[in-house]
Design a protein around this ligand. Structure first.
Ligand code: IVH
Length: 720
């Protein structure tokens, strides 16, 4: 039977041998399409055809569980390892590189190599030159063409086994082409692209309030996750540039790396061969000039002797090879003076100190503002109370060191005490909001007992700074997305004294047209506005009178509620009224509403507290009520799980449950597309009654609603 007909044979008709052959074929084929799709952004088949391959693989695995392969596509994402990372002893040490900083250092390095090899003074070997990627190194071992073990560098001799996580990285092939040696160890750098890093941080800021300091940390943190499903959602990439255990397959470094490319690895396009020191330095300058336009961080250029026979002769020092070195870029830091410290007040009242600097060029960019993070940072105290900068504080007038790190916002990293003016005073962080004069306080975290690093204005909506920032957020792209109402316009409308034209709270945006119509002064007469732009603005505002529920929730600017959280809440509650009702009920921390909120996958206690706190403030409720007079939030349909017997049904749990908690039962029901209600009505489809069920059970019987016990419920949802 030919392969073509085998690939079309119905799963039920496959023999054991045929099933094994099909699983092998599907594993390779799916890996191939994964590579095209994720790695090259160039899929060969439609999503539907891809899904069909995955489904066939799953169907065969379901029929023949014993045949599930180590490299199965179904294991590539979401397999959970049983314990933390095991140790892997490297077959050959993973070494580090010596660093060079100047052109002269390069000449010295090349000279040392020449002398070591006993070459004549006018002959140097060819070198490769390539970017030094700022990620973390990884060694991947293939046995008989299949990915067997992947390990981090660790101490160079022993690393961590991160195989399950590495299987989720699309740049790393699961299988190598036929004909490769039995044992192949490819090494290289795992990294995260800068764009991906920013997007990830945005998501993390919303979901956890914590962010990674730079792409390198993000890559390391993502690779060393205990749950590979988390790694799978992180956009990790990989460049192959070295190897461990590997028979000689080519004569040069360059050709070996090229070979890796034909095996399906990504290699860096900026690797070149250089025959002279001038060429090495010229390539270094080129890469340095291109640095800002690359989508990933690099911190230098690596030079390697190209000829592998010469590499072997040169060998190693204790921790680094003699045949390779790193020419580092100068750190992107500069000295300048701190002219002033300005306090900005954010949407949630956070007081952020911003350094006003004598403008200075840092890594090719002029910097005149830098963050000072918070009050403690200025004092020389770190986030856990430990001294930073050896306890040196930062004062206006100081000479400071500014650094532009991977995360764009420049920061002050140190001060030069020798240059401190004699009259410089320690900075007194304001305890009153500089914008509204309300007290600015540092909360104590009830759980940890620690004082919050951030001082916040207590003025709430009374504070003009918070008002403006909240309005900017409300009108911004991911919230109400009102065209023509950008930050500048918000500031303009907020500053207007005229009550007919000013915007102080969200509802004012929607009443503007009517107020303006009755106003003595007309908007079209203001500089910067014409009749057309006023009409366009009113049209843009009108276009948002119907708004998706998640955009409304996000737009309110509730602390810790970012776009993702807003979507979760909108999906869980469906309508504004239901959401608002439940959030007010949740003020009672022993209520079903509070438990329900916390049971939403992705909502933690910090977020839950923040949402409930928002709804506990009368002035918030009043402002929202005024807004709802003007707009109509669209209900959000809960996504209905396919093939679930309870999808779209309304379920009520009553009585005591013995095998699961109420929250768990509710979460399962919701995951399967059911709506969980607290009381029985004619709309109820199913009642799950445990022992002690009282009036709800009676009502269900009265309405003729189906009633089942806990075991029947479990049987119904088992395996879903
Ligand atoms: S070659 C035996 N090439 O730099 C030498 N390393 O400081 C093997 N790195 O641990 C390393 N980009 O993580 C090499 N193109 C590149 C590199 C590179 C980044 C890292 C690697 C290594 C560290 C050494």
């Amino acid at each position: 039977m030919s392969d073509v007909s085998l690939s079309e044979k119905p799963v039920e008709e496959l023999t054991l041998e045929e099933a094994a052959a099909e699983l092998e074929r599907l594993s390779a084929e799916i890996a191939h399409h994964d590579r095209l799709y994720h790695g090259e952004d160039n899929p060969e088949i439609t999503d539907a055809a891809y899904d069909a391959l995955k489904n066939r693989n799953l169907a065969i695995e379901a029929r023949y569980p014993d045949l599930v392969r180590d490299d199965s596509p179904s294991r590539r994402v979401g397999a959970t390892p049983s314990a933390a990372f095991a140790e892997v002893r490297h077959s050959r040490p993973m070494l580090s590189l010596d660093n060079l900083f100047t052109d002269e250092d390069v000449l010295d390095f090349v000279e040392q190599v020449r002398r070591f090899l006993g070459l004549p003074a006018d002959r140097i070997p060819v070198f490769t030159a390539e970017p030094k990627i700022d990620g973390l190194s990884l060694s991947i071992r293939y046995e008989k063409g299949r990915l067997a073990v992947a390990a981090t560098r660790g101490d160079g001799l022993t690393g961590e086994n991160v195989t399950a996580n590495v299987r989720t990285i699309a740049d790393i092939p699961e299988r190598l082409p036929a004909g490769v040696p039995d044992v192949v160890e490819v090494r290289g750098e795992v990294y995260m692209g800068r764009g991906d890093f920013f997007a990830l941080n945005e998501r993390m800021r919303e979901e956890t309030g914590k962010v990674f300091a730079n792409p390198r940390n993000a890559a390391a943190g993502s690779l060393r996750q205990l749950d590979p499903a988390i790694t799978a959602r992180r956009p990790l990439r990989f460049f192959a540039y070295a190897w461990g255990d590997l028979p000689r397959l080519a004569d040069t470094q360059y050709d070996t790396v090229r070979l890796f490319e034909t095996w399906g690895f990504k290699t860096n396009p900026l690797m070149v061969r250089c025959a002279t020191v001038d060429e090495l330095v010229a390539h270094y300058r080129r890469i340095e000039a291109d640095r800002a336009s690359l989508d990933y961080d690099i911190d230098g250029v690596v030079y390697k002797v190209d000829d592998l026979a010469l590499q072997e002769r040169l060998g190693f020092r204790s921790r680094s090879p003699r045949w390779a070195t790193a020419h580092k870029f100068p750190a992107e830091r500069a000295f300048t003076t701190l002219k002033d410290i300005e306090i900005q007040v954010g949407r949630t009242g956070a007081l952020t100190p911003v350094a006003k600097l004598e403008p200075v060029t840092v890594g090719g960019v002029v910097v005149s503002n830098a963050t000072l993070h918070n009050e403690d940072y200025i004092k020389g105290i770190g986030t856990s109370g430990q001294p930073i900068r050896e306890g040196r504080d930062i004062r206006v007038g100081d000479t400071v060191i500014v650094q532009r790190a991977g995360d764009v916002i420049p920061q002050i990293v140190d001060v030069v005490l020798d240059k401190r003016p004699p009259d410089a005073e320690p900075y007194a962080f304001p305890t009153l909001c500089p914008r509204c004069g309300s007290h600015a306080v540092r909360d104590v975290n009830e759980k940890t007992g620690r004082v919050d690093a951030v001082r916040r204005c207590t003025g709430g909506l009374v504070c003009p700074a918070q008002q403006v920032e909240k309005l900017k957020h409300f009108a911004s792209r991911h919230a109400f997305d009102i065209e023509g109402l950008g930050d500048k316009q918000i500031e303009f409308f907020h500053a207007l004294e005229d009550d007919n034209l000013s915007i102080r709270e969200p509802a004012d945006i929607f009443t503007l047209k009517a107020r303006e119509a009755g106003s003595f002064r007309r908007l079209k007469d203001f500089p910067g506005f014409g009749a057309t732009s006023v009409k366009n603005l009113f049209d843009a505002i009108d276009a948002r009178r119907r708004i998706a529920l998640n955009r409304l929730i996000f737009g309110l600017g509730i602390r810790h509620v970012g776009e993702t959280t807003a979507k979760l809440l909108a999906r869980a509650y469906g309508t504004w009224d239901h959401f608002a009702e439940e959030m007010q009920a949740a003020a009672d921390r022993s209520s079903d509403a509070w438990r329900g909120l916390n049971a939403i996958d992705g909502i933690g206690e910090v977020v839950a507290d923040a949402v409930v706190d928002f709804f506990a403030e009368a002035h918030n409720l009043e402002a929202v009520a005024r807004l709802l007079n003007e707009i109509e939030p669209e209900p959000m349909e809960a996504p209905v799980a396919v093939d679930s017997p309870v999808a779209g049904k309304t379920v009520v749990f009553t009585g005591s449950l013995e095998k699961m908690t109420r929250d768990e039962a509710k979460a399962t029901a919701e995951r399967l597309g059911a709506k969980v209600a607290g009381s029985v009505s004619k709309k109820t489809d199913l009642v799950v009654a445990g022992p002690g069920a009282g009036s709800k059970l009676a009502k269900a019987t009265e309405f003729g609603i189906e009633v089942i016990d806990e075991d029947a419920w479990l049987a119904l949802v088992e395996g879903l």
